[in-house]
Design a protein around this ligand. Structure first.
Ligand SMILES: *[C@@H]1O[C@H](CO)[C@@H](O)[C@H](O)[C@H]1NC(C)=O
Length: 258
């Protein structure tokens, strides 16, 4: 909106300049657009989303937090998965009823809150976020929602790094860990496959069954396709359970339980 307000009075100058310096102006415009996109899609978005939710929601009320995120996303660019994917996710969480969940790519904390509200009392979420500011703001949202540090842990690192240390994080006091029964991937899709393989190698996927949810954000669909190709070639342990445009559920099972 403000762009238009600024641009209209400048229009005659822009037209005059553009006929004289057509190429230069085009380059400048492209740069301006790139800059504006970066501004709205980058860290600024995370800060603004956080500030809006923090100030507008009712603290301690999970539903209010989710609604406030959705309200913000109606008028602003946002990385929240939103109510539509959210409901598909809820359905999986209710069905799997996981005691340990791993989330790769925390963003604003929306999905973390959504997941945590459906976990059993002893359930635990480990969420991984590469960007330190995003991780800090997301963690604050989880706390604002009323969840305790005994229920979740935020790891600020790359997903690969986090996976290599997860054994220490999930069961610090136990030798026999069952691993995760739900993993949600919403980070860089180029990492989906290497991270899935690393989780398998580290025996972090629950052998009696683990649902791996792969979020599909339309701009970056290639990494997802590669992951699915691999999964289809590994019919021994994996199968694609549901394939929605925005979310794919893959099921991993190593031991058949009777
Ligand atoms: C992911 O989304 C893109 C764009 O909406 C779509 O073209 C693609 O088919 C989707 N991928 C899957 C596996 O559904």
């Amino acid at each position: 909106m403000w762009l238009i307000a600024v641009a209209v009075p400048l229009l005659p100058t822009i037209i005059l300049l553009s006929s004289r310096y057509r190429v230069k102006v085009a380059t400048l415009c492209r740069q301006a657009v790139a800059w504006a996109l970066k501004l709205v899609r980058g860290k600024v978005c995370v800060r603004r989303t956080h500030a809006f939710v923090f100030s507008q929601c009712t603290h301690g009320k999970v539903d209010s937090i989710l609604e406030t995120f959705d309200l913000y996303a109606k008028t602003h660019p946002s990385l929240c998965i939103g109510p539509e994917i959210g409901e598909a996710l809820d359905e999986v969480v209710r069905r799997v009823s996981p005691s340990r969940v791993l989330e790769l790519g925390m963003h604003c904390g929306y999905t973390s809150v959504r997941l945590l509200r459906l976990l059993p009392p002893a359930g635990r979420l480990i969420t991984v976020e590469l960007d330190p500011l995003t991780a800090e703001l997301g963690e604050e949202i989880i706390l604002v929602a009323g969840f305790k540090h005994s229920q979740f842990q935020v790891l600020t690192s790359s997903s690969a790094e986090a996976i290599s240390t997860l054994h220490l994080n999930i069961e610090p006091n136990s030798q026999t860990s069952e691993g995760f029964s739900l993993v949600l991937m919403d980070h860089d899709p180029q990492q989906y496959l290497p991270d899935l393989l690393a989780l398998e190698r580290e025996e972090l996927l629950c052998p009696s069954g683990c649902s791996v949810l792969l979020i599909n954000r339309s701009q970056r669909a290639e990494g997802l396709r590669e992951t699915l190709d691999h999964i289809r070639a590994r019919a021994d342990f994996y199968f694609v359970k549901t394939e929605l445009q925005f979310m794919v559920e893959v099921f991993y099972q190593r031991e058949i339980t009777v």
